[in-house]
Design a protein around this ligand. Structure first.
Ligand code: UTP
Length: 407
């Protein structure tokens, strides 16, 4: 092993990783060293920050464009948005690198069949929603899909097999997100097998770096894309490259926008779009104090009432400006399968260590401004997060039916 690699293992107290090294053949040794050489050792500096790596500044409520405000200017916004879409300036970017552990489906979350009397896959529904805009604009929307090493093969072959649900494959591009190492509670990196470290997708915040590294930023610029609409895989009702949303962000001269819904109740577990030291910022539900949740304005409206639904529009030149900055890394406790130094495999049923994630919500805070754009949750928010209960398969099916989607 190279002296430099060994020195890193010693520096970070990780020499237990050498347990299998002597038994590896030359190719395995080379691969293993490569994993160590490309590892993000910065994860060891993320502890002690209480999940809020930079701490929070002064939080204030953010004003939003309400549904009523939008209605008044709908025609103008739609016109501006459609012009941008027709000119190829708006790309859709699907974040599909997650592992969907809460839903517990075996393949990629998008390949989950939400249909009841017929097949209706999540990916299918998302492409259908995008097709509405393609038809309205008379132009294909460039569609970028982020996968991870864990689901890339399955995602690409599933979509190919289903003929991209009618979407033009010339307008679809895939890229994989970066991976981060996992460690146990003693801060010892874990091995997934005797020759591979335990890696997991590094959260939904690293997408722009991965997008650029895959050569797609260059490609998007060549095509004339100026805006990227990023969205989660699991909200089956969301509108993608929504002309009215795009037009409102452009007309309001903003560099980013976030679709928001009014919280169902003051304590709903959603991130709330606020201002932090005058800049847009998402405060997670567990960071909201009781006083903030219940604070009202003079008219009796809740002040911190706009929950984000992971549907953002970013101006691409602004993303390029922030790419050089290191995003805050969040430490999350998870169940991590591993092999111990004796070679015994473990599949823990309770969390046994840490994974490291960057989050797209931190990207919003790096923007100078963000238009909070209110949408009707009954029409645009049906996330499939859990097997049952809140935000589950059942609640999403109900909402699909309510919106006239045959399932
Ligand atoms: P979630 O935070 O809901 O995570 O992702 P998840 O992996 O889908 O589900 P759980 O938490 O394991 O149950 C929100 C969005 O971010 C994407 C997901 O695919 C989803 O669209 N995501 C998440 C990534 O693209 N990469 C990641 O590393 C994590």
């Amino acid at each position: 092993m190279k002296k430099e690699t060994l020195a890193l293992l010693e520096k970070y107290d990780q020499t237990h990783l050498l347990a299998f090294y002597d038994q590896m053949d030359d190719v395995q040794k080379e691969n293993f060293e490569k994993q160590l050489d490309t590892l993000d050792w910065g994860v060891f500096d993320c502890f002690g920050n209480d999940n809020t790596p930079e701490g929070k500044g002064k939080i204030d409520p953010i004003g939003a464009l309400s549904i009523a405000d939008i209605e008044k200017k709908k025609e103008e916004y739609v016109k501006t948005g459609l012009e941008a879409i027709k000119a190829g300036k708006v790309g859709a970017l699907l974040l599909a690198g997650g592992q969907g552990t809460r839903l517990g489906c075996s393949g990629p979350k998008g390949s989950f069949n939400i249909g009841v009397t017929k097949e209706l896959y999540i990916f299918e529904q998302l492409f259908r929603n995008t097709m509405d805009v393609v038809e309205q604009a008379g132009a294909w929307v460039p569609f970028f899909i982020m996968t991870s090493d864990k689901n890339h093969e399955e995602t690409t072959s599933f979509l190919k097999e289903h003929n991209y649900f009618g979407y033009n494959p010339d307008y679809i591009w895939f890229f994989t997100q970066d991976m981060a190492p996992s460690m146990d509670y003693e801060k010892k990196l874990l091995m997934e097998s005797s020759e591979k470290l335990a890696f997991s997708p590094n959260g939904n915040g690293g997408w722009f770096t991965s997008f650029a590294n895959a050569g797609l930023l260059k490609k998007a610029k060549e095509m004339g894309v100026e805006w990227l609409n990023c969205f989660a895989v699991d909200n089956v009702l969301q509108r993608i490259a929504d002309p009215c949303f795009v037009g409102a962000v452009i007309d309001q001269d903003c560099v980013s926008g976030a679709k928001v819904v009014r919280k169902a109740d003051p304590e709903e577990r959603v991130g709330v779009l606020c201002l932090e030291d005058g800049k847009p910022s998402i405060v997670e539900y567990y960071e909201m104090t009781h006083d903030m949740n219940y604070a009202k304005d003079e008219q009796g409206n809740y002040l911190y009432c706009f929950g984000v639904i992971l549907n953002y529009l970013f101006r691409m030149d602004k993303l390029e400006e922030i790419i050089a900055k290191r995003m805050p890394t969040h430490v999350v406790e998870k169940k991590i399968p591993y092999v111990d130094p004796d070679g015994t495999a473990h599949a823990p049923e309770t969390p046994n260590g840490y994974k490291f994630e960057t989050l797209i919500l931190d990207m919003v805070h790096m923007m100078d401004n963000c238009l909070a754009y209110e949408v009707d949750r009954e029409k645009e928010f049906a996330p499939v997060k859990n097997k049952e209960g809140v935000d589950s398969i059942d609640t999403a099916r109900e909402l699909l039916k309510k919106n006239g989607v045959q399932i």
